[in-house]
Design a protein around this ligand. Sequence first.
Ligand code: MG
Length: 165
Amino acid sequence: MQTRSAPLIRIGIGYDIHPLKRGRRCILGGVEIPSETGPDGHSDADVLCHAIADAVLGAAGLRDIGAYFPNTDPACKNMNSMDIVRRAVAEASARGYRIQNVDATVIAEQPKLSPHLDAIKASLSDALQIPEDCVGVKATTNERLDDLGAGLGIAVHAVCLVARA
Ligand code: MG
């Protein structure tokens, strides 16, 4: 096994996708968005939180959120995914890494997210324990291409930079 001193700055990437289902609540970054459909999943299916948590864990060289929160675990049923983000931050912090900034892109045809981005950023800033101007959340569509473009799901790409405290 190779060993070397840990670098001061490290980056992590996260990705997640969930199908949209009629009648499900639509919670993104801990904020409930008015919508006739919401992401389906075992937890509250907050796809934005899941991608960000994986980016945080990846930056710290840790395993993915499935290792911490298996979707077969009844305790994770309907769980608040903000707790997943907080756990990821705590795991990174326990290894000496402080979150510097997070950036995410949400890909969805609907619901329209632009009116909610400020609230989502504030919510994530709280969970990540970083200033709001260190949280980027953008929304885009898939230009009607593929299943995302048909409005069948929501996908998120996220990156996270951490620095050794
Ligand atoms: Mg997920």
